[in-house]
Write a protein that binds this ligand. Structure first.
Ligand SMILES: [Ca+2]
Ligand SMILES: [Ca+2]
Length: 201
């Protein structure tokens, strides 16, 4: 009976830890981890966590500093929002784009992009707004376009200031599980607790 009780306790602890990690934030800060790649064929690799993955950095047109990074949305998850958490730029805006895959084949051909937008200055794409829908709606024609969340797969993002000055940004990439709803986890915990109570009587 002790073995069963220990197993159930381990199950409860592991489930609780799993719930905690699902809510943890991950932050990639250029000030700590270094400038994000300028190379569309060799983007920086960002580890993605379920919940919030925050990428913060800066971009300038001169000297040129474009920031290009890639991550994979795992099976069973989806990217539901990209919040422009911070944007310090006065009244200007920056170019933001996404491509499918671990590279962007061309920075000159919009057909290489899944989505593109100018973010930071127009209603709905300002600080505090979700800009994922703006990417899908396309500021510049010629890219694929999309609507709704982005499903499992590898994506490469590109943010770049194209006029004078430095643009400081923080983007919150929000993912959630598309397969295991929270009530199932709660149900598992309740079942484990009920079994434990019965076994210890
Ligand atoms: Ca940068
Ligand atoms: Ca860069």
């Amino acid at each position: 009976m002790t073995a069963i009780r220990n197993s159930l306790l381990a199950l409860i602890v592991l489930s609780a830890l799993g719930m905690q990690s699902a809510n943890a934030d991950l932050i990639y800060d250029e000030a700590v981890a270094g400038d994000l790649s300028d190379d569309n064929l060799a983007p920086s690799l960002i580890p993605l966590v379920e919940g919030s993955t925050i990428v913060t950095g800066s971009t300038t047109a001169s000297p040129l500093d474009r920031d290009i990074f890639t991550f994979t949305v795992p099976t069973g998850q989806e990217l539901v929002a990209v919040i422009l958490q911070a944007y310090i730029a006065g009244d200007d805006q920056s170019f933001f784009a996404v491509a499918e895959g671990a590279t962007i084949a061309s920075l000159l051909n919009p057909a290489a992009l899944l989505g593109n937008a100018l973010i930071g200055a127009t209603p709905g794409a300002m600080q505090g707004d979700d800009v994922l829908d703006d990417l899908g709606a396309l500021t510049f024609p010629g890219s694929t376009g999309f609507s709704g969340p982005l499903g499992p797969g590898t994506y490469t993002f590109w943010i770049q200031e194209t006029t004078v000055g430095i643009r400081e940004y923080a983007l919150d990439f929000q993912t959630r599980s598309s397969e295991v709803p929270l009530p199932s986890t709660v149900l598992l915990l309740l079942t484990a607790c009920a079994l434990l109570r019965r076994k210890t009587r």
